[in-house]
Write a protein that binds this ligand. Structure first.
Ligand code: COA
Ligand code: ZN
Length: 317
C-alpha cells in the first residue's frame, strides 16, 4: 500500500484572512465545495477571532452553520476552525465546530501582536481551552507559530518548540502543527526541529505548516517528509499570510505539495486536474490570479494532453 500524505487545506482561513477583499459567504461555500470535489478531506474553515481584527472572517459562525446545513462538512474527515481564546472557542462550539486549532507563538512578541497575550498567558489560555475541549469531545490542534523564526524576535529555538509541544500534548492536544509562519525556515533546519517530535509523538500527532516567502515551501515540506512528517498544511494557489506577522507571504500552495508528493509515489487523495479548476474559482472570487510554482507547467501539460485527446478523437470519428 502506498504511503499517504495528508494535506490540510488552510486557504479558507490562512488564505482569506490576508486578502484585500472579503469573500462573501456564498463564495466561501462555493470554494469549500470545489476543494471537496478536488479530493481535499481536511480543511480549516475559518477563525473565531475578533471580527474587527480580521473582518474577512467576521462571518465565521454563519459560514460554519451554512457549511453544516448544506452537508459540506459531512463530506470531510476533519473541518476545524481557529480559536484564539475561550470566547472564540465558545463561539465556534456554538456554531457546531467539533475540531479547533489554537494558536500559540513560540516567541514573546508575536503573541502580544497577534493575540494580545504574553507567551505564558497564551500558554495558559491554550491549556484551559484544550481541557475544556476535551470535556466537550472537541478535537484540538495547536499551532506553534513562528517556530522557525519570528518577525520581531528573530530565530526561534527548536528546544522551545519541543517544550511547548510537550506542554500542549500533556493537556490533551491531539496534533501539534509546527508553523513557519513567516517562511523564515531553511530545509537544513528541518530535521533538528521535526525529527524529535515525530520520534516522541508519532506521525499522526505532528503537522507541518510552511509559508513560501522565500520560495522554499516545497523544499521544506520534502525535507520534513524525510524527517517522518506525514501531515502538511497548504493553501490553494498559495494564498495566505498573517496580518499580524509582517513579512509573511502565502502558504505553500496545495497544488505544489500535491504534485511533489504524488510524483514521489505518495497518495494524497487529491485530483490535480480538478485542483487546477479550483484556481479559476479563486480568481473569480478575488479578482486576481493566484497560483503555485508548479501551476504554469501543469497547465501547459494539461493543454498538450487535451490537444492530443481531441486530435485522436477527430481522427477516429
Ligand atoms: N471573538 C469575538 N470577540 C472577542 C473574542 C473572540 N474570540 N475574544 C475577545 N472578544 C471581545 C471581547 O468580548 C471584548 O468585547 P467587548 O469590548 O465588547 O466586551 C473585546 O473583544 C476585548 O476582549 P479581550 O479579551 O480583551 O480581547 P483582546 O482585545 O485582547 O483581543 C484577540 C484578543 C485574540 C481576540 C484578538 O487579538 C484577535 O482576534 N486577534 C486576531 C488574531 C488572528 O486572527 N491572527 C491570525 C491567525 S493566527
Ligand atoms: Zn500560516
Amino acid at each position: 500500500m502506498p504511503d499517504t500524505i495528508r494535506i490540510t487545506e488552510v486557504g479558507l482561513r490562512d488564505g482569506l484572512q490576508n486578502q484585500p477583499v472579503a469573500v462573501p459567504l456564498e463564495g466561501k461555500l462555493m470554494l469549500l465545495e470545489a476543494l471537496i470535489e478536488a479530493g481535499l478531506r481536511h480543511v480549516e474553515l475559518t477563525s473565531f477571532v475578533r471580527p474587527d481584527a480580521v473582518p474577512q472572517l467576521a462571518d465565521a459562525g454563519r459560514f460554519v452553520e451554512a457549511a453544516i446545513h448544506q452537508g459540506l462538512t459531512a463530506r470531510l474527515d476533519d473541518c476545524m476552525a481557529l480559536v484564539p481564546n475561550m470566547k472564540g472557542y465558545e463561539r465556534a462550539h456554538a456554531a457546531g465546530v467539533r475540531s479547533v486549532a489554537l494558536v500559540l507563538a513560540v516567541s514573546e512578541t508575536l503573541n502580544v501582536r497577534n493575540i494580545n497575550m504574553t507567551l505564558e498567558q497564551a500558554t495558559v489560555v491554550c491549556e484551559a481551552v484544550t481541557r475544556r475541549a476535551a470535556d466537550d469531545g472537541v478535537r484540538v490542534r495547536v499551532y506553534l507559530a513562528a517556530a522557525m523564526g519570528c518577525p520581531f524576535d528573530g530565530p526561534s529555538s527548536p528546544a522551545r518548540v519541543h517544550a511547548l509541544a510537550a506542554r500542549m500534548i500533556n493537556v490533551g492536544a491531539e496534533v501539534i502543527a509546527v508553523a513557519d509562519t513567516i517562511g523564515a525556515g531553511h530545509p537544513a533546519d528541518v530535521p533538528l526541529l521535526f525529527e524529535p517530535l515525530v520520534r516522541a509523538y508519532g506521525e499522526k500527532r505532528i503537522a507541518a505548516h510552511f509559508h513560501d516567502t522565500r520560495g522554499l515551501g516545497s523544499a521544506l515540506a520534502w525535507q520534513a517528509a524525510l524527517s517522518g512528517v506525514r501531515q502538511f498544511d497548504a493553501s490553494i494557489g498559495g494564498l495566505g499570510g498573517c496580518p499580524f506577522a509582517p513579512g509573511a507571504s502565502g502558504n505553500v500552495a496545495t497544488e505544489d505539495l500535491a504534485f511533489v508528493f504524488e510524483q514521489a509515489g505518495f497518495e494524497t487523495g487529491i485530483d490535480l486536474d480538478r485542483l487546477l479548476g479550483v484556481l479559476d474559482t479563486v480568481e473569480r472570487l478575488l479578482g486576481v490570479r493566484h497560483q503555485g510554482r508548479v501551476t504554469p507547467w501543469l497547465v501547459t501539460q494539461r493543454k498538450k494532453r487535451d490537444t492530443r485527446a481531441s486530435s485522436t478523437a477527430t481522427l477516429s470519428s
